[in-house]
Design a protein around this ligand. Structure first.
Ligand SMILES: *[C@@H]1O[C@H](CO)[C@@H](O)[C@H](O)[C@H]1NC(C)=O
Ligand SMILES: *[C@@H]1O[C@H](CO)[C@@H](O)[C@H](O)[C@H]1NC(C)=O
Ligand SMILES: *[C@@H]1O[C@H](CO)[C@@H](O)[C@H](O)[C@H]1NC(C)=O
Ligand SMILES: *[C@@H]1O[C@H](CO)[C@@H](O)[C@H](O)[C@H]1NC(C)=O
Length: 361
């Protein structure tokens, strides 16, 4: 039966999207049920240290996902289920009513099975896969999502031509593996790249070249010492997470659309003057647990009008750096300001520094 009601159509889309996310984890995050900003928590939860970056939040009626999903898979209500697919690898499940998805997660696989050409969403997470052999995705050129997180993939065993043929790939989950290098070349269609919790030590300047649609890049918990100018050209990038690495310098140049920058738990000792000017939409900056001193900061480094939240806690600041008057939250605990080490909550007496209703935490 043809469904004409737009609300019902939208409902279907959302269920379809939930099914996609269900492939990555179980649907259980009830505490954000009534939170209109659940997607923000979702993004921020991806920064957290516990291992649960795939836990999706319940859908919100008009915003199923922060970056929007243009096209979900058709979830055919009412139509007869297609016959049991014969091309499904025997190690995997290919649900007949969701013909573009293949589930091969959590089953002690040591290698990747060949992916049939009709697949758009493939889930291989939490296995013991150590290599991505050349050819496995050759027929599946329509792939949109590949989940390979929670395996033991090493850089030496990733075929050079693996991803470049996947012209439509939007999400690649390679986090929680044994990668020591950036994979590549990567498809230019990528929107989300998850490479956190590996042992990547550097990001070459050309590693992310041409990824014009990349909106979120997760590189936290690696061994990265330097990123150079690799991020600069990512013109759609909204979220950059480089926390828990060994950076001594901030990246050379920030992407212009950036809204969230996470650099906590590194060894950054200075931030150049006007550093944030190139990112006029920047809202959240986390630089806690670094080696910042007042000498490493220019007068107006943090006086950037878009900033709402700035976390400078656990550094070696001795004075409060000038910030913009719109800033809502400034975190300074764990610094020795004016001779006194701030603890959480001790900021009240300092909030006069820039007046207004601001909170200092
Ligand atoms: C890959 O696609 C080709 C051409 O459509 C087909 O002949 C071949 O059987 C496919 N390979 C597998 C393993 O499905
Ligand atoms: C991946 O890293 C884990 C933890 O360090 C290690 O136990 C495992 O042997 C490594 N696997 C490979 C294939 O290198
Ligand atoms: C980027 O996204 C736009 C809009 O969705 C799309 O038209 C374009 O082809 C994408 N770019 C690449 C390189 O895939
Ligand atoms: C911050 O920047 C604004 C606008 O550029 C400027 O008017 C203000 O004086 C600056 N604040 C400090 C403390 O320098």
């Amino acid at each position: 039966m043809e469904e004409r009601n737009p609300a019902a159509q939208r409902d279907k889309m959302q269920w379809a999207f939930l099914l996609l996310l269900a492939g990555l984890c179980s649907l259980s995050r009830a505490q954000y049920d009534e939170d209109p900003h659940w997607w923000f928590h979702y993004l921020r939860s991806q920064q957290s240290t516990y291992y649960d970056p795939y836990d999706p939040y319940p859908y919100e009626p008009y915003e199923p996902y922060p970056y929007g999903v243009e096209e979900g898979p058709a979830y055919a209500y009412g139509s007869p289920p297609p016959p049991e697919p014969r091309d499904c690898p025997q190690e995997c499940d290919c649900p007949p009513n969701f013909p573009t998805a293949m589930y091969c997660d959590n089953r002690n696989l040591k290698y990747l099975p060949f992916v049939p050409s009709r697949m758009k969403y493939v889930y291989f997470q939490n296995n013991q896969i150590s290599s991505i052999q050349e050819g496995v995705f050759d027929n599946a050129t329509g792939l949109l999502w590949i989940a390979l997180h929670g395996n033991q993939i090493t850089s030496d065993k990733v075929g050079r031509k693996i991803f470049s043929k996947l012209r439509h790939l939007e999400r690649l989950y390679l986090d929680h593996n044994n990668l020591t290098r950036m994979p590549g070349p990567l498809p230019r269609s990528l929107r989300e790249l998850h490479l956190d919790h590996n042992q990547i030590s550097r990001v070459p300047n050309n590693a992310l070249e041409g990824l014009e649609n990349l909106t979120a890049l997760y590189l936290q918990h690696n061994d990265i010492q330097e990123v150079g100018s690799a991020m600069k050209g990512l013109r759609s990038l909204i979220l950059l997470d480089l926390s828990y690495n060994h950076l001594r310098k901030v990246p050379d140049g920030l992407p212009s659309a950036l809204e969230q920058l996470y650099l906590e738990h590194n060894n950054v000792y200075s931030v150049p003057d006007s550093y944030f000017r190139g990112s006029p939409k920047l809202l959240y900056v986390r630089l806690s647990h670094n080696s910042l001193t007042n000498n490493g900061l220019a007068t107006n480094t943090f006086n950037s009008s878009s900033l709402l939240e700035l976390d400078l806690s656990y550094n070696q600041l001795q004075k409060i750096p000038p910030v913009n008057t719109n800033l809502e939250n400034l975190y300074l605990q764990g610094n020795r300001i004016n001779g006194e080490t701030l603890t959480k909550g001790s900021g009240e007496w300092l909030s006069v520094s820039w007046g207004g209703k601001k909170t200092l935490l």
